[in-house]
Design a protein around this ligand. Structure first.
Ligand code: SF4
Ligand code: SF4
Length: 372
């Protein structure tokens, strides 16, 4: 199995403001090109693209290729479960939306301390085990967004999990928040396969500061910054798959060019990554991946990931970034940073554990006044 997976969270769109408005001709050709090159793994989830990622893959993949040409991963939405019966209902709905009779990989989605309680109360672990016994989920695991201590506890209590999907990238490797390295080491201890999500950290590592990119280009002029990030993740021995959310054909061609015949990073390349990490860390204001999970519960309809992206641009490029101008564009359709009431609903769901409400105060001071 080649180590690059097609992520279903950032599919190509006609209108970037409408996550359901898929650019199907482009998606079809991306799926074709991916399969032609020998890649097979596709990853989706119930909530991606405002609940339409699964149907997009049905149209672009399932209805156009025989079932044995690809592997499909989907996830049980722990955040949506209220009672035990919900699990069967969501699972059947997912099979139907995807147009398949089984999933190759099925995960408990977004495991955190809060959702571990939900999963334990509703016995979601037995549910996916049963799906495996029925042949409706070939391999079972979870996507994990908490600390290494909890991961160790869950894998000890639930040895039936066969793999863990982890956020793993070179910026988060030593992060005390995300704990990529520590979580990876727990997976090694429990002998679990690792699937990597966010190897490029929501695109952050595809657009690194100039100084970091110069280091990379000096060593390998034709290799994109994204290639360094994906190869870093794929070089870890327990990693069986690296998911990339490819939003257009050029990104797909770039990813597949170095993952077709994957070569792990050598020592010199690893040293360059360490230097780039220091440079990037000093330029990021908010390590938001743009997943958008926080948007759903915000009572003030604040464009949280968009504002964080503007803040990061502002920190890197100052007034030249035009961040204030773009921020002003949002005010007719979204709440401003200053409208935040500090309810922290967003923070309970943010997989990056970001102090969103506090950061809104900083953002308000920076943008609200000057973008009237
Ligand atoms: S804390 Fe602020 S940004 Fe977060 S959900 Fe509440 S109002 Fe929205
Ligand atoms: S703030 Fe958190 S939940 Fe919201 S988009 Fe960023 S990483 Fe995702």
């Amino acid at each position: 199995m080649k180590k690059l997976g097609f992520g279903g969270m950032r599919l190509p769109l006609n209108n970037p403001e409408d996550p359901r408005d898929f650019d199907f001709p482009q998606l079809f050709s991306m799926v074709d090109s991916f399969l032609e090159q020998g890649f097979t793994y596709f990853d989706t989830a119930y909530m991606y693209h405002k609940y339409q990622s699964e149907t997009a893959f049905r149209k672009a993949l399932v209805e156009r290729y025989p079932r044995d040409r690809y592997l499909l991963a989907d996830k049980l939405p722990l955040s949506h479960l209220k009672q035990a019966e919900d699990m069967e209902r969501y699972f059947n709905e997912q099979l139907e939306k995807c147009g398949v009779t089984y999933f190759d990989y099925y995960l408990l989605h977004n495991m955190t301390r809060t959702y571990y309680k939900t999963a334990a109360q509703l016995d979601a672990f037995s549910f996916i085990k049963e799906k495996k016994a029925q042949g409706k989920a070939r391999r079972i695991g979870m996507s994990f967004h908490a600390d290494a201590e909890l991961l160790d506890q869950i894998l000890t209590e639930h040895p039936e999990l066969e793999f863990v999907q982890l956020q793993l990238n070179y910026i988060d490797w030593e992060s005390p928040n995300i704990q990529s390295r520590l979580c990876y080491e727990v997976c090694l201890k429990h002998k679990k396969d690792v699937i990597v999500m966010e190897p490029v950290k929501g695109g952050t590592l595809a657009n690194v500061p100039q100084e970091a990119e110069q280091l990379m280009r000096a060593y390998a002029p034709d290799s994109s910054p994204a290639s360094w990030a994906i190869r870093f993740a794929a070089s870890k021995e327990a990693v069986i798959m690296v998911l990339s959310g490819m939003s257009d054909h050029s990104q797909l061609l770039d990813n597949t060019s170095y993952m077709r015949e994957f070569i792990p990073l050598n020592q010199e390349e690893t040293d360059i990554i360490h230097k780039a990490t220091d440079i990037i860390n000093s330029s990021i204001a908010v390590p938001c991946t743009g997943c958008g999970y926080c948007l759903e519960g915000c009572p003030k309809n604040i464009a949280i990931p968009q504002y964080f992206a503007l803040y990061n641009q502002f920190k890197q490029f100052g007034e030249k970034s035009n961040s204030r101008y773009y921020y002003g564009n949002y005010k007719d359709t979204h709440g401003r940073a200053g409208d935040c009431i500090g309810c922290r609903k967003c923070e309970t769901i943010c997989p990056q554990h970001l102090p969103i409400s506090e950061t809104m105060k900083t953002l308000s001071g920076l943008f609200d006044e000057k973008s009237q």
